[in-house]
Design a protein around this ligand. Sequence first.
Ligand code: SAM
Length: 184
Amino acid sequence: MNDILKKTLKELEITQREFWNIPRQTGNFLNMLIKIKNTKNMFEIGTSNGYSGLWFLDALQTTGGHLTTVEYYEKRQNVAIEHFNNCGFKNRYTALIGSAIDVIKELPEDEMFDFIFIDANKREYIEYFNLLKPHLLPNSIICADNVNSHREKVQPFLDEIISDSEFQTEILDFTGGLSVSYKK
Ligand SMILES: C[S@@+](CC[C@H](N)C(=O)[O-])C[C@H]1O[C@@H](n2cnc3c(N)ncnc32)[C@H](O)[C@@H]1O
């Protein structure tokens, strides 16, 4: 991890609550998982100011992978883009603006991901999952944040993915709760 990235992550942690960023523990864990999995094409729903994206891009730099990240608010995503570029990740990401459901529906039919991270509208997790299922490669990972802190809103998603025989799921007791699912 380069020094500018280390410094930027520390600075962003000061405003973590304001931008609803993942906890550092989740960022570090996902960074490791992306590398272990040798992830090549990752999709994130909910860019915010780019805190989680920086953890992902650092790992994707190691694997030679790429991140596509979606955000509703352009102003917020512009901040993320600035952080991504300042930290040396200019050609490693695609930042998309719009409502996640619309953006996913517009994805090319043959665009396939091997790692998906869900962290936007909690009630929509179930729709993101159903829409993204055809875009998941075998042997891929799908993680979702806030599954404990927003349990009621994400319950339909958890019910669906836990009962789906194509997926194996565990919920990690990190702050907010992180679901980690493996697609066979
Ligand atoms: C919890 S924050 C994401 C935090 C980010 N993953 C991080 O850890 O740095 C959720 C973000 O999703 C965005 N968002 C909420 N609903 C959305 C939607 N339907 N489509 C796209 N983005 C959405 C919000 O504007 C917000 O910036």
